[in-house]
Design a protein around this ligand. Structure first.
Ligand SMILES: [Cu+2]
Length: 464
């Protein structure tokens, strides 16, 4: 993540002037907090509070935190539900619905005990609402359209207000035409920081949502009726190699929080370290109830916070362990051709399909190499199925995959991508050459008068 490219001022734009909402007068709109939006999909620097109670901010992976204003002791935010253009990785953009210019919407960070007021303006073509997933709020603030409030009609602005009671990791999403609105990317993270800034301190605190889309190769808009067969498995509406690395300093205590708003579970796996699940939907896990893991499964609607000491330098893979969730569109329905000799067929098929290429005979890794060489043309606005290049070649990944980069001696707020890890001499897997020292072979001797066995093999009897 390259924070050097922009300052917060360049990153955001104030969109308040252009709102012209149909039913809120200019005077009424002037009383609302300014609308802050962004069109960028880069990870933004943490938002350090300059008003209100102190807290240690999170870093939202390929996202940002929403600025607020204090109004007589109340923290006021302004979310705008609207169509957005999200870059899912360089080379592919999607028409999604989100909040304040992006999907997911901005992270909202507050402190335990804060009184919070959230204005929600609806610029979608249909009604919506926002549910504050996981938070103990008064029933009328729970955002379930029809049940606890009338829906927010297009052009209208609603106001939610409650005290952020329990510290932890939460989500927000519509509770109105959910199937469509969540398939289109409407969701965001909510962090309630503990009032006591010394409570469970960490050096780096990352957060993102697990989400998924079904976007046909060559198109831009998700199919909203898909129930299970999604083809883009995303962290914060980004796929590898578009997901930023999580950069940490050696021996940092690192927290990574994630919530699952897809239609299936995701076993999230970290290489090179053991972690503990320190937080769930229900709050922080007491130390005596934690156990070490390297993979934690996140069910639909759940949130998990994991913590570990980053004591092992390197570029460590961090990904969903379902292998179809670490690839992009196009590959999921390809027939298995392992071991099928296609050489005789190519000529015949080429008469029918001029660009036909035999694939999959020895595996699918050749796909990523071919994509890398740009020999196989892809439809417009389509990412290769497996992609990404590391210092040693093709990474053969997509979807829910990124890296945790552990480096010596980074300063506290340095999140810049340090480039590929330099492996110390002798610590890298390598091809076996003729340079291994000779080894004394153990001499197996048959004991005198040794046993005799008859072994029946397909070729006939053999005596040993
Ligand atoms: Cu997964």
């Amino acid at each position: 993540m390259d924070f050097s490219k922009f300052s917060r001022r360049d990153f955001f734009k104030l969109a308040g002037a252009g709102i012209a909402a149909s039913t809120v007068s200019k005077v009424a709109m002037a009383a609302l907090p300014e609308i802050v939006t962004t069109e960028q999909a880069n990870t933004q620097a943490p938002l350090h509070p300059n008003t209100g109670r102190p807290y240690n901010p999170v870093v939202t992976l390929n996202g940002w935190s929403l600025p607020w204003r204090m109004n007589n002791g109340v923290k006021e935010f302004h979310l705008v539900a609207e169509p957005v253009l999200r870059e899912m990785a360089p080379g592919m953009k999607a028409h999604l619905w989100g909040y304040n210019g992006q999907s997911p919407g901005p992270t909202i960070e507050v402190v335990e005990g804060d009184r919070v007021r959230i204005f929600v303006t609806n610029r979608l073509p249909e009604h919506t609402s926002i549910h504050w997933h996981g938070q103990p709020v008064p029933n009328g603030m729970d955002g379930v359209s029809g049940l606890t409030q009338p829906p927010i009609q297009p052009g209208k602005t609603f106001m939610y207000e409650f005290v952020a009671k329990r510290p932890g990791t939460f989500m927000y999403h519509p509770h109105a035409d959910e199937m469509v609105q969540m398939a289109m990317g409407m969701m965001g993270t909510w962090i309630t920081h503990p009032k006591n800034t010394k409570f469970m301190p960490v050096d780096r605190d990352f957060v993102f949502l697990l989400n998924a889309y079904d976007i046909d190769p060559g198109s831009y808009t998700p199919k909203i009726n898909t129930m299970l067969d999604f083809n883009l498995w995303t962290f914060n509406s980004r796929v590898f190699p578009g997901i930023d690395s999580m950069v940490v300093s050696k021996n940092d205590r690192v927290r990574i929080r994630f919530g699952n708003l897809t239609m299936t579970n995701h076993p999230i796996h970290l290489h090179g370290h053991e972690f503990q699940v320190t937080g769930t939907d229900g709050g922080w896990v007491p130390p005596t109830a934690r156990w070490p893991e390297v993979t934690t499964d996140v069910a639909v609607g759940q949130m998990r916070a994991i913590e570990f000491i980053a004591d092992n330098p390197g570029d460590w893979a961090f990904h969903c362990h379902k292998s179809h969730h670490t690839m992009n569109a196009m590959g999921h329905q390809v027939p298995t051709l392992l071991g099928v000799k296609q050489s005789d067929l190519v000529g015949k098929i080429s008469n029918l399909v001029p660009d036909y290429m035999a694939m999959g005979e020895t595996g699918m890794a050749e796909m990523s190499e071919m994509n890398a060489m740009m020999e196989m043309p892809l439809p417009e606005n389509t990412l290769p199925m497996m992609t990404g290049t590391g210092q040693y070649g093709a990474i053969d990944m997509g979807g829910m995959f990124t890296t945790v980069k552990v480096r010596e001696g980074l300063t506290r707020n340095d999140y810049k991508d340090p480039g590929p890890y330099k492996h110390p001499k002798g610590s890298l897997a390598r091809e076996v050459m003729n340079d291994l020292p000779p080894v004394e072979r153990s001499q197996v001797t048959v004991p005198e008068g040794g046993t005799e066995m008859s072994v029946r093999k397909p070729m006939g009897d053999m005596k040993h």
